[in-house]
Design a protein around this ligand. Sequence first.
Ligand code: FAD
Length: 433
Amino acid sequence: MPSSKTRIAILGGGVAGLVIARHTAGKLDTYSVTLFEQTDQVGGTWVYTDETDVDKHGLPIHSSMYKNLRTNLPREIMQIPDFPMKHDEGPSFVHHSVIREYLWDYAKHFNLYPHIKLNTLVKYVEPETLRNGQTIWMVTYQDLESKVETTKAFDTVVLCNGHYSVGHIPHIPGIESFPGGSIHSHQYRVPEVYARKKVCILGASWSGIDIAMEVSQYAEKVYISHNLPEPIDSKISKNVEERPGIQSIQGNIFIFRDGSTAEVDNFIYCTGYKFTYPFMSTKVEIRTEGNHVEPTYKHLIHTDYPSLFIMGLPGIVIPFPMFHLQAQYILSILEGRIKLPSSEEMREEYETEKRALLEQGIPLRHIIKLKERQWAYYDEIAAAANISSFPPVIRKIYDYSNKMRELDFTTYKNYQYRIIDDENFVVCYCKPC
Ligand code: FAD
């Protein structure tokens, strides 16, 4: 007997995959849920490993966590709204292992494991049009232990394969002549290996600054090179010097855009990540040039295939709570409470929005970084799904902790936040960890 349930394939068992699994597995009369995860654990990037190259199956290491990483958001706003984190004493910016435990608890609490296939790599996803015009998705996956490959049909596919795993490495003239070690931040694990070295870090976003702070405790000198219009607060440590972007490299001499030079032993690219969907059939148009994924509607739905969803595209957001809203928005579509416009209308709306942002001077590669636009995005998808968006206190804490970070990169993670009610919070300074 064919099932009347919607067969949903979730690709990836990081936070996004777990959250959509929690919402669909909560309605087992309606959905048949399968979550595919290539590693032997759920948690995605929060499952730290010392390895940086390939795993036991020869697949590229997925996690980009480094050993000492503490979150860059206070847990009070990072947590998934329907599953609060435990409140221990100490700063709200917790070690990555706390988040991994939290996600494992989440999977247990919502009884998700019966729906999860671990050690299972999704190799191919292809749409097929049935005689009645309906699209189904043929998903080919491999059990990495037995090597057995299987292809199954699904009605809906939700891509949750993560967007911080494949490093973007810009070409720098002369890099081939550099005799030192160079890595992407995806491969960075511990600062001790840079003891007494002269290190250049390219990029001054979250990872660049965080890694510069760690490395500077051991290195002789750290150059943080970037093309930001404004200088960053270079008082990270007295051995950290700010430089403009790198123009070229000659041997171990780095030449910066202002003509200054520096001798460098080790080089770390903190230059962001690439969106990749290596398993997707070429029948499905997915363009990923310029740090951007097209064609999508509401940063979530493929405009040509309303049964194909891509979670977690927006950056500079509060990812876990955003997944919580995105998942419920997806359910509202699948259950017919939200009626999507036609493919053409979705494409047109997206193009219009993109044009408007480009006209405001926002480069294409930054369009997906929502920043201030994130709050309107949450309100919009929550209203469409007829659920509550976040109370004002969430944004207040977000803005406050960002302000504290701008004032002092070295101390902003030592604060503890407490939510009092929907509008108010208190904050206190803890002893540094
Ligand atoms: P991931 O966690 O990357 O999970 C994707 C999963 O998909 C992985 O388990 C992977 O193995 C699996 N997968 C991929 N391809 C396949 C396939 N073909 N078949 C089967 N499985 C597959 N966010 C915060 O909120 N706070 C922070 O402090 C914070 N710090 C961060 C620090 C770093 C260094 C990085 C890299 C990110 C940080 N983030 C932070 C952002 C973080 O990425 C998101 O919070 C969130 O973890 C993303 O979840 P995800 O499920 O989209 O992806």
